[in-house]
Write a protein that binds this ligand. Sequence first.
Ligand code: AMP
Length: 211
Amino acid sequence: MSDDKTPAKFRTFLILGAPGSGKGTQGKVLGSIPRFHHLACGDVFRSLDTRTALGQKFVEFSSRGELVPDDVTVQLWHANVKQRVDAHQFKPEIDFLVLDGIPRNVEQAKYMETHIEVLKLFHLSCPDRTELARRLRKRALKDNRFDDANESVIQNRFATYEAETKPILDYYAGERVVDIDASQSPAKVLYDIIGSVMTLEAWREQEKLRI
Ligand code: AMP
């Protein structure tokens, strides 16, 4: 998995925000740019065979709007990222990792410290929960997301975000945290994210490589 040029930790951008804030949309677009590799934890869970024990666990927790327990989550994440490195899909020596949906609480963030170097955390902020719920209902129909279809599950997902995920902002507090207005159009949100990435020394170094 590693050679001389492989960094000790993956150079990482985190995308954090309440359900419906656009993490997946931004992650996908960023991941389509050369040298950015997107990994969405929810997608990894959704790709599991629901007949397996882990697949069952995912259905059990996500259908209630709750988080899957940390130990299985971080193990699954680590195995998945390692697979991508081994398959040369994600090349840590030249690519930035864009994570959406993980870490989802401070415990996960602590565990991941040994694996990732967080360059920036983009907080997609949208205090208007009515707007977020509207987006989730729309997505439920379009993407067949069972956890977005039910009103009480949606409210539970918001409550889980407030209680468990938002404290991550304090954990990483400081210059690395960038608040972005998620009620803007997806293009403007992307513009804000890219603008912030381009201020980084790590980005300028990357530019010089001309790969
Ligand atoms: P998402 O697609 O990110 O909205 O995730 C959908 C569901 O997958 C969540 O509501 C959780 O049940 C589960 N999930 C995704 N990522 C995580 C994580 N990092 N930790 C625990 N559960 C997660």
